[in-house]
Design a protein. Structure first.
Length: 139
C-alpha cells in the first residue's frame, strides 16, 4: 500500500494537470494536507487513495476557490466521484482551518519553509460549497 502523499503525486501526474495551477504549489499543498490527516485519529477511517484524492480536491479549491476542484480526468484516474470524497475533504478542511495541536505544528512549520513554497500559510475559505460535491467537470 502506498502513502497518501505518493498517491497525490500519482493522481496529479496521471490526470496530466496543466498550468491552471502552479504545479509545485499544488503538489506541496496536497502533501501538506495529506500529512495533516495522518496525525488525526478521525482520518484513519479513510483509505490512502481517498485521502490523496481529497487532498488534491481541497488543494485545488484553496488555490482557486471559484473554480470547480474536481475534473472528470481526476475522477477517472482516482476512481472517486466528488460525493465519495466529501466526508474526507470536510475532515481535512477542518484540520487545515483549525491547525490545532502541537503535533500539527511540526507539519505546519515544515510546509511554511520556502522550499515547500510556504503552502502552510495559504488561507482556505471557511467552507467548501456543496455544489462542488455534485459532479466532476470537464477541463
Amino acid at each position: 500500500m502506498i502513502c497518501a502523499c505518493c498517491a497525490c503525486r500519482i493522481f496529479m501526474r496521471a490526470a496530466e494537470e496543466k498550468c491552471k495551477y502552479q504545479e509545485l504549489q499544488l503538489e506541496f499543498l496536497s502533501c501538506y494536507l495529506a500529512e495533516l490527516s495522518l496525525l488525526d485519529y478521525g482520518c484513519l477511517q479513510f483509505l490512502p487513495s481517498i485521502v490523496a484524492s481529497a487532498a488534491i480536491f481541497l488543494s485545488r479549491f484553496i488555490i482557486q476557490p471559484n473554480t470547480h476542484p474536481w475534473s472528470k480526468s481526476l475522477q477517472r484516474y482516482s476512481g472517486y466521484r466528488p460525493i465519495e470524497l466529501k466526508e474526507c475533504v470536510l475532515s481535512i478542511h477542518a484540520l487545515h482551518l483549525n491547525r490545532r495541536g502541537n503535533c500539527l505544528r511540526a507539519v505546519t512549520e515544515k510546509y511554511m519553509q520556502h522550499k515547500f513554497k510556504g503552502v502552510a500559510m495559504l488561507c482556505s475559505p471557511s467552507e467548501v460549497p456543496g455544489r462542488y460535491f455534485k459532479e466532476a467537470v470537464d477541463e
